[in-house]
Design a protein around this ligand. Structure first.
Ligand SMILES: NC(=O)c1ncn([C@@H]2O[C@H](COP(=O)(O)O)[C@@H](O)[C@H]2O)c1NC=O
Length: 610
């Protein structure tokens, strides 16, 4: 139950090892730790300490791990020659979706495919010939997969500029082959650290991909000569491009852009996670928010403004619900203003515990009602301001079934009793099949949205010129605060409930905000006026005679009482006023309420909404 105290009480707010594929070779070499002298027959090669350039017998210092790799790589030990003219593709994937199609496609096009351990096995399993990367590097994949591709034989082959003679000479000298195509996706860090089962700090660290981003960045930098692909959705376009004879630099640049974007999003998740694991407060010194385009919109707030909607892919937004991720079942394409209004309606309706309907117009709730019978709640919410509700957004916090859908379809405007109500959007957490069918029949354009509840404790970001404002989302509800009685008169339980209902509504109305409510139903609201008295007058006008005995909530304190808002409210016949308090003239407000026999409760919490 909600708290009520006397005035003295102050208010209070209460990868896994998936991609760490240690090869048998690496495992076999752990006990070898010192370089040994031995005689081998070697080609020109990169080796620790010395480099030899003949093909005869020499005494060389050979690193034991490398020696093992040479043995392991024996059947393919000749490094790829840059002059061999063979086209090479490097593939290293954690997510192996459509790998077989890609491998076969590249093979048919005559590409030699080089791959890391797990990818190579999957390709072999699909009947594609593949060279293991360790045959190129002459090192085994080591350190539990921390080092696989971090080697000049790989990065030289990606980064060399084909138009620079000295680059190509360097490759020739070190017998490094060029890569024409690089296909990489990264350890599933995001999925691992956001999994519901959780992950240890150590596992989180092991799921940070290092070699993959290095290859992606290298290939993207050298995109003029190297095609870089990070998304399996791009495999068909890649193969089509390779089959054609038009070397379109725009295509290459788009892939390069996508590659850098992919790595930037990945790094933002790593840095977000690491910050939470270490410092953890809400406001890190730097903030990178990964935004993924959901769709282009027809236009912005006005037709001359271009617009789009993005989904926030921050770790903190995983399964966080909200309007950006709604499922649209029916209707016209969502507009920019539709998103804003649906967001306001959804945020408001999700605050209520009882079955509730909220009607929003231009981001302000103009009708709110809670009832055990949701149809009754719907009708009352529309009735609060039928003129504004026409063309508005209707939100429910319960499933829309056939009966409710029929009522939404048929309900006539309380203004003339004839015109069927028209809405832009219906938003709800669920629909029955029949409910959806009926609503679809209301109009072709009606947007029917299925949304999941917003989680609490989010960071709210808002753009200003040259920067962004960040704050906690306003999560406080009447359950979280004390309603302190300041007046001689103590509100009855039903009056207090009305005050708390009005308080929850006023939180969602633009400042200066006044809401008048009774019996879990909004009767009138005034919003967005630059002075509180004007908002109060608008709310009272909308409530009409019903204001008598109702509760009035104000989002911030009343700066003046006598001959001003408090006195006008008292004279209208409200039974209780709820406001934060905190004005230097609070005593005037108390005296005024006492004079008119009205209850006054202070919440000590303000709900400005600018
Ligand atoms: N360390 C490295 O040199 C390295 N090179 C490639 N990877 C990653 O290894 C994964 C593929 O491994 P496998 O083919 O063994 O399944 C890819 O996600 C790739 O980004 C590496 N792993 C992590 O950093």
């Amino acid at each position: 139950m909600l708290g009520l105290t006397r005035a003295t009480t102050s208010a209070s707010a209460s990868a896994t090892a998936a991609a760490t594929s240690a090869t048998a070779i690496a495992a076999a070499t752990v006990h070898l730790c010192t370089p040994q002298l031995r005689t081998i027959r070697t080609r020109t090669n990169f080796c620790f300490g010395q480099q030899q350039s003949s093909t005869t017998s020499h005494r060389v210092i050979v690193h034991p791990v490398k020696a093992m790799a040479e043995t392991a790589a024996a059947p393919h030990s000749a490094p790829k020659s840059p002059t061999s003219g063979r086209k090479q593709a490097l593939i290293s994937l954690s997510d192996k979706t459509d790998l077989a199609k890609l491998g076969n496609g590249l093979q048919e096009l005559g590409y030699t495919i080089v791959s890391t351990g797990g990818t190579a096995s999957a390709l072999e399993g699909a009947g594609v010939s593949v060279t293991k990367v360790e045959e190129l590097t002459r090192f085994p994949e080591m350190l539990d997969g921390r080092v696989k591709t971090l080697h000049p034989s790989v990065h030289g082959g990606i980064l060399a500029r084909r138009d620079q003679e000295h680059h190509m000479e360097a490759l020739e000298k070190h017998e490094i082959g060029t890569f024409d195509v690089v296909v990489v996706n990264l350890y599933p860090f995001y999925a691992k650290v956001s999994s519901s089962s959780g992950i240890s700090f150590e596992d989180g660290i092991e799921n940070i991909d290092i070699g993959g981003p290095a290859m992606i960045r290298a290939a993207a930098k050298n995109h003029r000569d190297v095609l870089v692909v990070v998304d399996s959705g791009d495999y068909p376009a890649l193969l089509e491009f390779l089959r054609g004879d038009n070397d379109d630099q725009q295509f290459r640049r788009k892939l390069a852009w996508k590659a850098f974007q992919h790595v930037a999003s990945y790094d933002s998740a790593v840095s977000e996670w690491l910050w939470k694991q270490t410092v953890g407060d809400k406001f890190p010194p730097g903030l990178t928010v990964p935004l993924h385009l959901k769709s282009l919109l027809r236009y912005g707030e006005n037709p001359h403004q271009k617009a789009a909607v993005y989904v926030d892919k921050s770790l903190s937004e995983v399964n966080a619900g909200g309007i950006a991720t709604v499922i649209q079942h029916h209707g016209k394409e969502m507009s920019y203003n539709n998103y804003l209004d649906a967001d306001a309606a959804w945020n408001c309706v999700c605050e209520f515990n009882k079955p509730t309907c909220v009607v929003v117009k231009h981001t302000n709730p103009c009708g709110v009602a809670s009832r055990n019978d949701i149809i009754e709640a719907y009708r009352l919410a529309v009735k609060a301001d039928p003129v504004s509700a026409f063309g508005g957004i209707v939100a429910f916090n319960v499933e829309v079934d056939e009966a409710l859908a029929k009522d939404i379809r048929e309900f006539r405007s309380p203004t003339d009793g004839e015109t069927r109500m028209f809405y832009e959007i219906v938003v709800a957490p669920k629909y029955t099949e029949k409910g959806l069918e009926v609503l679809r029949g209301k109009s072709k354009t009606l947007r029917i949205l299925e949304a999941s509840k917003n989680s609490k404790g989010k960071l709210s970001l808002r753009q200003i010129g040259g920067g962004w404002l960040a704050q906690d989302s306003d999560d406080l509800t009447p359950e979280d605060i004390q309603f302190n009685v300041m007046s001689d008169k103590t509100p009855q339980e039903n009056e207090l409930n009305d005050a708390q209902f009005a308080w929850l509504c006023v939180k969602h109305v633009k400042s200066n905000a006044i809401v008048i409510a009774k019996n879990n139903c909004m009767l009138g609201m005034g919003s967005g006026q630059p002075n509180r008295l004007e908002s109060l007058r608008i709310a009272m006008r909308k409530a009409g005679d019903e204001v008598k005995g109702a509760a009035l909530a104000s989002d911030a304190f009343f700066p003046f009482a006598w001959n001003d808002a408090v006195e006008e409210a008292c004279q209208s016949g409200v039974s209780v006023i709820a406001e934060p308090g905190g004005s230097i003239r609070d005593k005037d407000a108390v005296d005024c309420c006492n004079k008119y026999g009205v209850s006054l409760v202070f919440t000590n919490v303000r709900h400005f909404r600018h």
